[in-house]
Design a protein around this ligand. Structure first.
Ligand SMILES: [Ca+2]
Length: 308
């Protein structure tokens, strides 16, 4: 099934990727199946685990309202492909609201304490890191001169990303494009898992999912060439660090809802590690940061989009 939305002369393609059963029984079964699969160390494909997107919907008093919010917004169940022109598109995965444990009590000091975070609004998150072709399609320039069109854009600062997002929002109307919050990023990275990585705790498996210093050869690699996380998101671990919207700050000790980071600061959050980082920097809970104007060839970006 395919729906087209004509927006400023451009077509935004909405691809219905499937409708998921949202009942609590399905949630329990799905979560149990996913955990069992991960515990066995079996490979988990995006297709196999689509139904488990319901897994993080919390079994508490908010479950009803969060599920109702998804039911009221059909796009919250849809994978979306956005047309950027010139034959370049950008794909998004629907992320449903839910709760998870953010941070790690066994990690570095800035990852502590592990605390419960509830995400109340569904959103779309880029299936891949923003590629060089996508960046150029939005910012302008000759796509034909790109040598590594399908590699993630690199050497972009947090400030550069704001300019990119402003132009992207001018180019494609609809739900607002933005950086994910740090909490949204970790929620989507974990994808219902509680392990060190979004697949399991086994360091030796990292190369199956992530370009890092053991296999990265000091360069970026085309997006989506390794395995995705359980929600179908690629390169959440490794390849390039991904800017988040937050100022870097200390975590709250208690439960929080839709956190947006520190109110001020000197560094913006980066997540996921890069092709140059060792395994310990590529964990779901790893927190990087740098000043908003910093550009390094290991800094990239993944776009989030509001669902209206
Ligand atoms: Ca990445």
């Amino acid at each position: 099934m395919r729906t087209l939305l004509g927006l400023k002369g451009r077509a935004t393609s909405i691809l219905l990727a499937g409708v998921f059963a949202a009942g609590m029984l399905g949630y329990l079964r799905g979560a149990a199946r996913l955990e069992a699969t991960l515990a066995r160390g079996d490979e988990v494909s995006a297709e196999d685990t689509r139904a488990e997107q319901d897994a993080p919907i919390p079994a508490d008093s908010q479950t009803g309202s969060l599920s109702a919010r998804v039911d009221a917004l059909p796009e919250a169940k849809e994978q979306v492909t956005v047309d950027l022109g010139g034959g370049v598109t950008m794909e998004f995965i629907p992320i449903r609201p839910g709760s998870f444990m953010m941070g790690s009590d066994s990690g570095t000091s800035d990852e502590k304490p592990a605390h419960k975070v509830t995400i109340t609004k569904p959103f779309h998150l880029g299936k891949y890191e923003v590629t060089q072709a996508q960046w150029q399609a939005v910012m302008g320039g000759d796509l034909n001169v790109l040598k590594d069109a399908n590699n993630p854009v690199e050497n972009v600062s947090w400030n550069d990303c704001q300019e990119f997002l402003t132009k992207l929002n001018q180019k494609v109307k609809g739900g607002v494009f933005r950086l994910p919050t740090e909490a949204e990023w970790e929620y989507a990275c974990r994808a219902g898992t509680t392990t060190r990585y979004s697949f399991n705790d086994v360091d030796a498996s990292l190369g199956v999912y992530a370009w890092h210093n053991a296999n990265g050869e000091g360069r970026t690699h085309p997006v989506g060439t390794l395995k995705p996380n359980p929600w179908g998101l690629y390169d959440m671990h490794g390849n390039v660090w991904e800017w988040c919207s937050d100022w870097k700050g200390e975590y709250a000790a208690g439960n929080v809802t839709d956190p947006e980071g520190a109110s001020s600061g000197s560094s913006r959050v980066l997540r996921g590690g890069s092709r140059d980082d060792h395994k310990g920097n590529c964990c779901s809970a790893t927190r990087g940061s740098n000043t908003p104007a910093s550009r390094l060839n290991i800094f990239g970006v993944r776009v989030a989009r509001n669902i209206e």
